[in-house]
Design a protein. Structure first.
Length: 257
């Protein structure tokens, strides 16, 4: 997951011809580890804090180490990056911490889960690398933010299809509401918009267009074969790895051209 977020951020840097900011990428990598493990394991740790399984204890220790190193990299970031990160971190915390009525968090609000995930991913991958270099209100930045938002929603759909057997009905996920077939159709439409937006950018170059078309085609392929009974690594490895593949495609195209 952390490598995927870093890769998606690197894609933004390449698209806007920015030098890689290693300190920012390290900050994002460590923050993703900390945030993801907090969201995924905080509830479990609370329930079993006196008798944590060995693996869960190791995850907690690993997360703590990542957080300690993260604190160091926080001091290497600009005020703008810290402010945006704080806002996105708040959304992440509200996703896991029950602060709403009836002991509910954002994840438990019907239909909102996928949009919170997409918002945070898009914010990290677009706003953080660009905030100190570009006007965030420019057309190209707006379009790339919408692209990332749609892209993450599409990548999340195979996970939601897979989890149909386990998700509580009150979550109101897209597959729960529309069924698998219509979810795929929704995904295809979102991919189409994702690709079309590339042609409206003012500074889009051929490498960016080609990479978006290739990645869009891959997304359509994975949606076509997304089912409830997936192989162990279909979503958790192949789908999550698409941002890394996108970065690799851009690097290859930059060498060729």
């Amino acid at each position: 997951m952390s490598f995927a977020v870093v890769a998606l951020t690197a894609v933004s840097m390449l698209k806007f011809n920015l030098d890689y900011d290693i300190n920012l990428l390290a900050f994002i990598f460590l923050a993703t580890i900390t945030g993801y493990n907090f969201v995924k394991y905080a509830g479990i740790a609370k329930l079993h804090h006196k008798s944590l399984a060995k693996n869960l204890r190791l995850i907690q220790i690993f997360s703590l180490v990542a957080f300690v190193i993260l604190v160091y990299f926080i001091f290497l970031q600009s005020i703008s990056v810290i402010i945006i990160s704080t806002i996105l971190g708040l959304f992440t915390a509200l996703y896991a911490v029950p602060v709403l009525g009836n002991n509910t968090n954002l994840r438990g609000v019907s239909g909102i889960k996928i949009f919170v995930i997409a918002l945070v991913w898009a914010g990290v991958a677009v706003l953080l690398p660009l905030v100190d270099h570009y006007d965030l209100y420019s057309l190209d930045v707006l379009l790339i933010f919408i692209q990332r938002f749609l892209f993450v929603i599409v990548l999340t759909l195979p996970f939601e299809i897979r989890d149909l057997r386990f998700d509580m009905a009150r979550l109101g996920t897209i597959p729960q509401i529309f069924g698998i077939k219509k979810t795929r159709i929704i995904g295809y439409l979102l991919v189409g918009i994702f690709m079309l937006l590339e042609f409206y950018k003012q500074q889009s170059v051929i490498n960016n267009v080609v990479s978006v078309l290739i990645v869009g085609g891959i997304c359509i392929y994975i949606l076509r074969f997304s089912t409830i009974r997936q192989s162990k690594y279909f979503s958790s490895f192949w789908v999550e790895g698409i941002p890394i593949l996108w970065w690799g495609i851009l690097l290859i195209l930059s060498v060729i051209n």
